[in-house]
Design a protein around this ligand. Structure first.
Ligand code: HMG
Ligand code: MG
Length: 299
């Protein structure tokens, strides 16, 4: 059956804003995150400690993170690709970090300037030191279904990198459909293949971009396989600057509409979420692509 409760891992401030051509001021980002927390989201991915030239949109992480100090009941994960990133995050008191691997060589090169195995070697001390410092570590895996350069990605290739991230000590793995091409049968197939390797749904999250409008259907397939952590982005913001054809994530509002309709608890307040996405859309100068945001804000 379906889970009775889903933990939403909100990625709008990170995955969403990393892809905006306009750089959003730190104070607006801080207000965005506070509003998302006020809307009942318990996990809000705040920013990335990556090279500022690679992602200028998030170069203000040192300015932003201290503005979130009052959000003590909320988990505020941050992306850290390497030890330099981890040092920056730990210096600010971060307690939730994420490394981000790729199932394909092409995206590992584009996103991290490394081969898949070189990036895993880069993450090894990051995960070990983060855990020693008492932080929880999420391992993202991109291009789990299709890759813009390589086409369809064989599940065995994904399983291999999931196994490696698990062996490094990641507490949770997030399976990314970075360019939003997956369909539900592929999701079921990958979750079955991972289960056969001893990687069960309790330590998995799903991360769907909505390029082909499949993100909700894919999420439903994952729920049927026992996954109960779902990544989503308020208003459907998002994409990836290093993967052509990536669009926004599954919109948090669309996810909440479906989950509440199914009687699944999330703790989220849909009215507050929608108001936040409308507010953010005004700041970004274009409407939210979320169908639910549009429906509720035009009432
Ligand atoms: P590189 O150029 O190979 O870096 O980039 P390097 O290790 O050779 O270091 C070069 C210089 O960068 C050094 O400075 C380092 O100190 C500095 P120098 O000695 O020359 O003066 N440096 C840093 N500075 C600040 N913070 C750091 C840092 N690291 C090195 N952390 C690197 C390698 C990994 C740094 C680069 O490729 C990078 O920053 N990549 C980040 C890409 C990124 O953020 N992508 C988006 C997130 S992933 C995503 O969106 C997918 C996801 O949503 C899931 C899905 O949808 O699939 C998660
Ligand atoms: Mg993403």
């Amino acid at each position: 059956g379906l889970p009775s409760r889903v933990r939403i891992h909100e990625v709008g401030p990170r995955d969403g804003l990393q892809n905006e051509s306009a750089v959003v001021p730190a104070e607006v980002k801080a207000e965005f995150i506070h509003r998302l927390a006020d809307a009942g989201l318990s996990t809000v991915e705040a920013t990335s400690f990556v090279h500022p030239k690679w992602v200028p949109q998030l170069a203000d992480a040192e300015e932003l993170y201290p503005r979130l100090a009052d959000l003590t009941g909320v988990r505020l994960p941050v992306l850290v690709p390497n030890e330099r990133g981890l040092d920056r995050a730990l210096a600010l008191g971060a307690r939730d970090v994420a490394v981000f691997a790729s199932a394909t060589e092409s995206f590992a090169k584009a996103n991290l300037n490394r081969t898949v195995d070189e990036s895993l070697a880069m993450f090894e001390p990051v995960v070990a030191r983060a855990r020693d410092a008492g932080a929880r570590v999420r391992g993202y895996l991109s291009m789990c279904f299709g890759d813009p350069w390589e086409g369809p990605v064989p599940p065995a290739q994904v399983v291999r990198v999931c196994r490696a991230l698990t062996d490094l000590g990641c507490d949770e793995l997030s399976l990314g459909d970075t360019i939003g091409v997956a369909t539900p049968g592929q999701v079921a197939g990958l979750l079955t293949a991972l289960g056969a390797e001893g990687i069960g749904p309790e330590r998995l999250a799903v991360h769907f971009h909505d390029t082909y409008g499949q993100a909700l259907a894919n999420t439903f397939a994952a729920l049927q396989h026992g996954v109960s952590t779902v990544d989503a982005s308020a208003g459907g913001l998002g994409g990836c600057p290093f993967a052509k054809s990536a669009t926004g994530n599954l919109a948090t509002e669309d996810l909440v509409w479906m989950l509440h309709g199914l009687g699944i608890e999330t703790g989220a307040d849909l009215g507050r979420l929608t108001a936040t996405s409308v507010w953010m859309a005004e700041r970004l100068g274009r409407p939210s692509p979320s169908r639910t945001v549009r429906a509720l804000s035009h009432k």
